[in-house]
Design a protein around this ligand. Structure first.
Ligand SMILES: [Zn+2]
Length: 340
C-alpha cells in the first residue's frame, strides 16, 4: 500500500516502532486503499504444550492469540464474519480496517482456547474444518510422527523394520519430513488403516523412549470431535469447507467427493450449508476454479500473503498467515494496511 517495496523488504521492529510512533500506522489505516481491502487472517493451531516451538509457522500460544485480539480491539479494526466481509468487499462497502479471522483444520486446541477467546472478545471467526479425523480421537499421523522425531531431541534415527536401514538425520524440518514420508510409505505398502498408522506412531515413540499416551491424552494434533464442533457451531463459529481428507485430488470426481463429503459432514454439525472453502496446505491449481464454481462454492482462500481487494478472484483470495514468527508490531502493520 503506502509502503515502498524497499521498505517492505527491509522493515524491522525498530523501524516499525518508529513508524507507529510517528502515526504512520494510523494514517495507513485511514487510507482509501486500506478501506477497500479486506485482511483475512489465517491461523492453524494454538499450543496445548510446546507445539509453537516445534512448528512456529503453524502454532502460536493462546496468550499470543489473545494479544492479537486485544490489538484488533485497540486498533478499532472491524472484525466481520467471513461471508459478510466478502459481500462487502465485492460491493465496495467495507467498514474501516476490516478483518476476517479464519482457522484452518479444526484442531482440538481451537475448541479449547480459540473459541472461548473469540467469545470473550465478541469477535466472529470461520473454522475451515477437515472432517475425516473428527471421528478419531487420535493425533494426525504425519504430524504426530514429525512431533515425536522433533521431541526426541535426537539428531538421527534408524528404523530397519520400517525400511530405514541406515541412520538418517532428523535435525531439521525437511530432514524429519523425509523420515516421516519413508515411514508412511512403508505403512501404505502394508495397507495400514487409520488405527494401524496410529499403532505405528506409538511404536516409533516407544523406540525413541517417548510417552505417546501423553500426546494422546493432551489431545495434541487432534481434530476436534463432532460434539465439540457442534458445540462451537451453536455458539456462533462459522464452519466452512477444507475437504474431508485434507487433500485436493487432480481428478474432478475425486475432488468433488472431497467437497461433498466435507459439506455433508459440516451440514450435519451446524445445520448450515457451507459455501466458503480453503485450499488444504494452500495447494491450488487452475482446474479447481471451475470445479469449485460447479459445486456452488462462493469463495476460496489460499496461503498467498496479501490483503483481498475488489479485483481479487473470489476463488483465490489471499490471506495473511499469522504465526509465532510474526511479532505484534508486524501484525499491527498488516491490520493498518501499511503492508499488503
Ligand atoms: Zn489445512
Amino acid at each position: 500500500m503506502i509502503a515502498s517495496d524497499k521498505l517492505k523488504r527491509t522493515a524491522n521492529s525498530a523501524l516499525l516502532s518508529t513508524l507507529k510512533k510517528a502515526g504512520i500506522f494510523s494514517l495507513a489505516g485511514q487510507s482509501a486503499q486500506r478501506r477497500a481491502s479486506l485482511l483475512i487472517l489465517c491461523y492453524h493451531g494454538l499450543s496445548l504444550d510446546d507445539e509453537d516451538r516445534w512448528l512456529p509457522n503453524l502454532f502460536i500460544t493462546p496468550e499470543a492469540f489473545r494479544q492479537r485480539l486485544q490489538s484488533l480491539r485497540d486498533m478499532k479494526a472491524s472484525v466481520l464474519p467471513l461471508g459478510e466481509a466478502i459481500a462487502h468487499l465485492q460491493s465496495g462497502t467495507l467498514p474501516p480496517k476490516s478483518v476476517a479471522i479464519t482457522f484452518d483444520d479444526g484442531f482440538y486446541d481451537f475448541y479449547r482456547f480459540g473459541a472461548p477467546l473469540l467469545k470473550k472478545f465478541a469477535m466472529p471467526a470461520t473454522l475451515y474444518l477437515t472432517s475425516y479425523y473428527c471421528d478419531y480421537r487420535l493425533p494426525i499421523v504425519n504430524l504426530a510422527l514429525d512431533y515425536i522425531l522433533w521431541k526426541s531431541g535426537r539428531m538421527q534415527v534408524e528404523f530397519p523394520e520400517y525400511g530405514i536401514c541406515a541412520p538418517l538425520a532428523i535435525g531439521t524440518y525437511s530432514e524429519r519430513q523425509a523420515v516421516v514420508w519413508k515411514v508412511l510409505s512403508w505403512a501404505e505398502k502394508q495397507q495400514l488403516g487409520t488405527q494401524g498408522k496410529d499403532d505405528l506412531a506409538r511404536s516409533v515413540a516407544v523406540k525413541l523412549k517417548m510417552n505417546y499416551d501423553s500426546i494422546v491424552t493432551k489431545r495434541m494434533i487432534q481434530i476436534m470431535s463432532p460434539e465439540e464442533a457442534r458445540e462451537i457451531a451453536a455458539s456462533g463459529i462459522d464452519l466452512q469447507l477444507h475437504t474431508h481428507r485434507h487433500r485436493t485430488p487432480r481428478n474432478s470426481e475425486l475432488f468433488a467427493r472431497e467437497i461433498r463429503d466435507n459439506r455433508n459432514y459440516i451440514y450435519d454439525l451446524s445445520g448450515q450449508e457451507p459455501v466458503h472453502f480453503c485450499y488444504p496446505s494452500g495447494d491450488y491449481a487452475p482446474e479447481f476454479l471451475p470445479w469449485l464454481s460447479d459445486l456452488g462454492v462462493q469463495s476460496a482462500t489460499t496461503c498467498e500473503r496479501g490483503l483481498a481487494r475488489l479485483n481479487s478472484n473470489p476463488l483465490l483470495l489471499p490471506r495473511v498467515l499469522d504465526d509465532s514468527t510474526m511479532n505484534l508490531l508486524r501484525f499491527e502493520s498488516f491490520v493498518s494496511g501499511l503492508f499488503s
